[in-house]
Design a protein around this ligand. Sequence first.
Ligand SMILES: Cc1ncc(COP(=O)(O)O)c(C=O)c1O
Ligand code: FES
Length: 404
Amino acid sequence: MLTLPIYLDNNATTPLDPRVLEAMMPYMTNMFGNAASRNHAFGWQAEEAVDYAREQIAALINCSPKEIIFTSGATESDNLALKGVFEMYASKGNHIITLTTEHKAVLDPCKHIEKMGGKVTYLQVDEKGLINLKELEEAITDKTILISVMYANNEIGVIQPIREISAIAKKHGILFFTDATQAVGKIPVDVEADGIDLMAFSAHKMYGPKGVGALYVRRKNPRVKVTAQMDGGGHERGMRSGTLNVPGIVGLGKAAEIAKQDMEADTKRIAAMRDRLERELTTIEESYVNGSTEHRLPHVSNISFKYVEGEGLMMGVKDLAVSSGSACTSASLEPSYVLKALGLSDDLAHSSLRFGLSRFTTNEEIDYAIDHVKEAVAKLRELSPLWEMFKEGIDLNSIEWAEH
Ligand SMILES: Cc1ncc(COP(=O)(O)O)c(C=O)c1O
Ligand code: FES
């Protein structure tokens, strides 16, 4: 049975897995203790639950439970990593290297750091969305303290060469931070093998609750430190004060456990549906997949349908919850800065849709999406004078479409 509307915007957020909700429920009802209360059973129960969640998360990303700092989500983790390193290592240097295609939760703290006297290099990506490793190495100066490169992009799903980046950071004695919000729980992420020093992630992108996330902070070779951005009771080894969100943390832990256990099977199923969706939708004339299809998350596809407005297309497929650009910026009519960074013209960037599948996506939903997007593109093009000119063989490149 097909229930409308269909949710294909799982890069913005995922639904809560019922197994996660079940694990959280006791901590939202009778087990309400404060994990910092050391003198009674309510506190012990809560602390035990938090410790267990730390272990579940550590098992997913291959770290020690002690290396997990709980936060309110990836935005906070990004802020803590960037500003925390900038402040902690001020005597060593003030230069950070990142990408133009990072999430705003990285770019905006970088802007803040610039206002505080820091220097930030924003590296361009290639037309597939990938970093240029030579340019990365060339950007390093004796003042560089941090390389911040996202694991996988939220708009196009492109996965960066994390191990090569961390090797460069290590060679130069620089810390490596990755915003892995879109990757953790979706693809294998191993902080040891990947050589990551700091890593941000969030529960609500991996079938957990909203408002909870974590920052992985390496404790051994090198022992990484960040200056707290939230002062108070000294929770989380002094790096993030504030009463712990116990139900949320339990949810993140359970989400991590399920991800570890189901990842292989989920990925196989989801990638097959994504590939079918992409194969079918690219039979539409003048449609283009954005970003690398080789180094990409298994559940994402970002496609531009030339001569169609993404916003109009979204209206045309009302029962399909997809996104054009990213959720944070969807209120603005500016074309996506990520797609622009790949070299797309404004028009092509505007004509894109992002499809994000989940473990709950069904083949029937994909069938629906294929049929309705095809239909909507055809209808909108019927009304488009540009499409008509294109069909008549008039060369539009020189007049309407900016050079890439
Ligand atoms: C790559 C990336 N970083 C950071 C965030 C922010 O995460 P949160 O909503 O947990 O603050 C998101 C989600 O929008 C994201 O996709
Ligand atoms: S919700 Fe991910 S782009 Fe903001």
